[in-house]
Design a protein around this ligand. Sequence first.
Ligand SMILES: [Mn+2]
Length: 323
Amino acid sequence: MSSEEEIEIDQAIIKKSLYGITAEPTYSGVLSFMRRKYTKDLTGADVAISGVPLDLMVSNRPGTRFGPEAIRKASAMLETIHPYTWNFNPYDRLAVIDYGDCLFDHGKPATITDSIYKHARKIVDAGVFMMTFGGDHFISYPLIKAHAEKYGPLSLIHFDAHSDTWDYEDEDIHDHGNMFRRAYKEGLINSKKSVQVGIRTKNPETYGYNILYAPWVHENGPKSTVAEIKKIVGDNKTYLTFDIDCLDPAYAPGTGTPVMGGLTSYQALEIIRGLTGINYAGMDVVEVSPAYDHANITAIAAATIAADLLCVLAHDKGPLADK
Ligand SMILES: [Mn+2]
């Protein structure tokens, strides 16, 4: 920016249009995701970013309640335009707001599922696309429930080291390891038209989910992975969930349950950047746990993945008609 250009700081508050982006110092000002307008007003919004700062359902190391905050902070450093992949500014095409976080009562764990579900229903029922930041992966269950009630049984594109289809005796257990069994059992997900990508842990029961294991992705590369994903989900309404532990711990150490042998950040971005032309219902990026992070590696990875997913949506929407 030129020295004469006036920098107006705190775009998250003062921004008038829901479109466009204004440069401001990366180290200063009110944080929202990509400095989007921080608002509860869904009018005119295409996409609402929101956080679910939950880490009560983890089986291993907690701390993902600080995930949404870390992803917002990391996003302040991101470039808006990646000319080698997307030759456009996504915020010229998509009206993206930051809706803030979901409020729930951590002292009443049994009420949390419903609080997340109601938070999602408010946004989904307004016809606004949700991009949600976790929080532990359990949050995907109430989010998917809200989306499936509007759109019918969904296809799932699920990036993870773990399949999260554990079979517990108690059907009503609140845990970040069995959401996709539960969502399948409740008819929220069509598992045959769904795909899990990057899995590299024990998986006793697949419930019909298609699985592209991490070694398969490494052997076949991003292009074949994209082709397989598109073949599986077809034109079905699709929910995309990205557990950051899909990435190798070298690229995402700040997470509760890291597993070696995962995707590189470049592989993940190449796959995501190929996933255009899919009939998306909603998306989330989960399991960032800043206390285990180093140099914000994991938060930057999550913010970049989310920003690129917005580029996918902006690509599919195309440029706005001239006003
Ligand atoms: Mn996982």
